[in-house]
Design a protein around this ligand. Sequence first.
Ligand SMILES: Cc1cn([C@H]2C[C@H](O)[C@@H](COP(=O)(O)OP(=O)(O)O[C@H]3O[C@H](CO)[C@@H](O)[C@H](O)[C@H]3O)O2)c(=O)[nH]c1=O
Ligand SMILES: C[C@@H](CO)CCNc1ncnc2nc[nH]c12
Length: 525
Amino acid sequence: MEKKSNGVRVILFPLPLQGCINPMLQLANILHSRGFSITVIHTRFNAPRASTHPLFTFLEIPDGLSESQINDEPTSNVMSLLAQINVTAESPFRECLQKLLLQESERVSCLIDDCGWLFTQSVAESLNLPRLVLSTFKATLLNAYPILPRIRTKGYLPVSDSPYPVFNNDWIKYTEEPEKVSCLIDDCGWLFTQSVAESLNLPRLVLSTFKATFLNAYPILPRVRTKGYLPVSDSEAEDSVPEFPPLLKRDLSRLFGEFGEKLDPFLDTIVETTMRSSGLVFMSCEELEEDSLTLAREIFKVPVFAIGPFHSYFSASSSSLYRQDETCIHWLDNQEDKSVIYVSLGSVVNITESEFLEIAWGLSNSNQPFLWVVRPGLVLGSQWIEPLPGELVRSLEEKGKIVKWSPQQEVLAHRAVGGFLTHNGWNSTLESICEGVPMICLPGGWDQMLNARFVSDVWRVGIHLEGKIERKEIEKAVRMLMVESEGEKIRERMNVLKDEVGRSVKDGGSSSRSIEALANHILSL
Ligand SMILES: Cc1cn([C@H]2C[C@H](O)[C@@H](COP(=O)(O)OP(=O)(O)O[C@H]3O[C@H](CO)[C@@H](O)[C@H](O)[C@H]3O)O2)c(=O)[nH]c1=O
Ligand SMILES: C[C@@H](CO)CCNc1ncnc2nc[nH]c12
């Protein structure tokens, strides 16, 4: 897939959340494999690890967050963090981008080097750089170069073969400078980037890290909130939201959380700036949501590219912000095929202590082996797993393994994993589909509510817990998915979906074609 540099640089600016950094770096890998050079501008908070991406240039900007916010990892209270950083990161971002574009305008005009260098002309030509030669000899001598070989062989002298020196071309990388910065691609959660890009005359593309169906709902979410569906009565809980299928009314309160009308100006800005952008990129594909992608074109009236999921080519684990506990892979190696339920609620969802205990008892009682990511800070008011009583820890350790952070994609790809109890963040949902792992859905809020509905009600590749974090329900769902015949049917449907999505990223598949179109679009900007 690797292509020669095309002399065009793209600037990426992820939101500083694990769930947003992963798709942005996936996009970076995809574009780099098509010949684009990549610069990633990022905040100090949740800075991606540059060392795992040596081919990209990373530029850090200050973000105005306090030391305690930066060190209080992992992220909690996403909405307020985003509200704050969307104010404080604006001018550092503008300055950084301005400086970058200024450098670009200082073009390198030519190379002047000594006539004694043998390789510089071809190097310069291959990079389209004019070359001038400096002779440090009297012109008479250089003039004689064409005839010197003839003089030497004329028989005036006895001569030995002179070996040619070997030159190392490694340092020619310096000429990567005269390239064009073609556009900015940043997260749909940034509110100020469209205006900054416009003021600098730089085209901007938007990356949605959500399913297209969810971004499509932004224009109507304020109306859905005020429509009077909330609070939802028991008799209406199962009804679908007419404006927003396949969402159910019972999903609405968790979707909006405590933010209410404070969300409206964000949603307005995002819709309006996306419409002014030069294009919209989704980490998604036609096979998963053809209708929503068509609708996105109608709503936002910009070119839309669905370019994923490319997880099988570029693992999301490489952009992990936290140290991954590799011992889980060894542990999985000792488990039977498709016997393990993997449990993870992503990087931002929080649960209460009692919910935590219910999950623990549910897993323990299910009698299935499990691998459970308990992120430090997952349980409100606790550092890590202290709320678990000692006897429970011991019984958990017999059957399962608890880690702080896993190499999730490798885990999902492991032959021993047969199910995923997930919060249905869009990344986790896609990774699970790519590896053909059926799910148990426990969404925490926001887009997760919608993703879970698709998994359980539309694609029917998972079991929905319907928010019941109760030991009996969890035990029942785990056994249903992992050992009962119902689980077998779900697994079969998941294998079909996995294959469809897998075809999309192969040569000629819809995502591959869409990447081609995106690359051409960027080159035309
Ligand atoms: C807990 C854990 C996570 N991960 C990786 C897997 C995923 O690529 C990524 C988590 O992304 P998501 O599954 O989308 O979840 P999350 O961090 O909640 O993501 C946020 O951003 C997502 C994309 O905007 C949203 O869909 C979610 O609702 C939002 O909360 O981190 C690991 O590699 N190891 C881990 O142990
Ligand atoms: C439901 C809450 C956690 O309890 C996560 C919402 N997650 C998010 N909320 C808003 N913008 C986001 N961009 C990426 N993720 C985002």
